[in-house]
Design a protein around this ligand. Structure first.
Ligand code: ZN
Length: 95
């Protein structure tokens, strides 16, 4: 899990997850240093969420029902997003 570059305070899973959806900056609760997601991590976030979502939705779906396909694809997207806080890295932008 990524942590603050100033004070090594680890960010919370839920905190990172929320920011991963919008690629927003994280402000450390401890020292107010501002961190932003780095470019490889944006790529990873896409790889874990949007890519499986599209792959399933467009190619891999065993269902002939479009509604069911979308629901399962969304579940895959959300599960992918739940993993991203463990793999992304945030870097310091300002103190
Ligand atoms: Zn800090």
């Amino acid at each position: 899990m990524t942590k603050c570059d100033c004070c090594s305070n680890p960010f919370k899973w839920g905190e990172i997850l929320k920011k991963n959806f919008i690629y927003g900056p994280i402000t450390c609760r401890n020292c107010n240093c501002v961190h932003k997601i780095d470019v490889p991590s944006r790529f990873l976030t896409t790889l874990f969420s949007v890519v499986p979502f599209l792959l399933f939705g467009m190619i891999l779906s065993p269902f002939h029902n479009i509604f069911f396909t979308i629901v399962v694809a969304l579940l895959i997207f959300v599960s992918g997003m739940l993993v991203t806080p463990f793999v992304v890295n945030y870097k310091l932008v300002s103190k």
